[in-house]
Design a protein around this ligand. Sequence first.
Ligand SMILES: Nc1ncnc2c1ncn2[C@@H]1O[C@H](COP(=O)(O)OP(=O)(O)OP(=O)(O)O)[C@@H](O)[C@H]1O
Ligand code: SF4
Ligand SMILES: [Mg+2]
Length: 335
Amino acid sequence: MVNNIFRPPPLLEVQHLSVGIEKGRSFLPAVNDISFTIAQREILGIVGESGCGKTLTALAIPGLLPGGISITRGSVVFENRDLAGLKSRELWEIRGKSISMIFQEPMTSLNPLLKIGRQIAEPLELHGYTDKALIRREVLDIMGKVGLPDPERLAGEYPHQLSGGMRQRVMIALAMICKPKLLIADEPTTALDVTIQAQLLRLMKWFNKNQGTSILFISHDLALVSLLCDRVLVMYAGKLVEEGLVQDIFSRPSHEYTKGLIGAIPSKDAKGRPLVNIPGKVPSIEDEEKLYGCPFAPRCSRAEPRCASAFPDQTDLGGGHYVRCFSPAGRRDEK
Ligand SMILES: Nc1ncnc2c1ncn2[C@@H]1O[C@H](COP(=O)(O)OP(=O)(O)OP(=O)(O)O)[C@@H](O)[C@H]1O
Ligand code: SF4
Ligand SMILES: [Mg+2]
């Protein structure tokens, strides 16, 4: 058997996670019974079309789900503690220090009235640092690491004085100043041009390699995921449909949805264009039919009658490659 691949112990272990959106007295299932791990020093990607539950999965981990949306089942064990059971004060202590997040639009996360240097210092101050000289050293050091030029001068400027790429670097500095063990990056490159995207990927790789930071990288862009990540999860309609090492997912995609996503990777000259060539669309969160069968059935060219009535169990394809499909392709012994 080839499925005993070596993996370091998990930093994060998500088990049977479901996230629901409150509607009246019940919850609409936005994320449905997903389990995965992130190892120390690992970069894990999550891909899937818009509305598949990627962001809610990411927000559930550090307890950042918005009002009216909650974890309805499951556990999120980080360094041996179940975050799903923690009080907000305890979660607050973990956020920014052990787990950080960066988002797509840096302007919404930066305070327009606060100078860059003060902003980058804030996570340190919030987590108990009081030595002003030490804070200043740390701020200038992280600004240098993320490639912000002339840190002494830039620390005195405001966010609106910076370009989009520079603001994204400030976001990374803010996220990384407390040296978190896990960085969650939700579509951090989507609004950026290709050159700045590449710089951001290099930076994330740098922190991964030099500080051992594990990364959960969420993106529509499979090409970026293939450049950055070690493993990938493919989500569809709130469910995990395939998972595996990047090279296996790209060379032997098994689920019809994964194949469609890979087939839709735009060519170099059309980068950034939304995925368009899987016929049909992701079922709405209100669509109850998706709860009973394989949610991809209405769009799947290989659908059989049973696909509409039951969700397939996980098939182990070997080498850490798993799929949920009644007739999976890409087994290792297949030609
Ligand atoms: N604050 C919210 N209130 C109500 N519904 C929400 C909220 N946030 C997300 N949803 C719904 O939950 C489902 C999953 O959303 P989520 O944002 O996790 O998707 P996503 O995969 O991150 O999509 P995208 O690629 O567009 O960011 C969608 O149907 C979405 O409409
Ligand atoms: S379970 Fe059926 S509908 Fe779903 S991907 Fe597999 S063949 Fe297609
Ligand atoms: Mg999202």
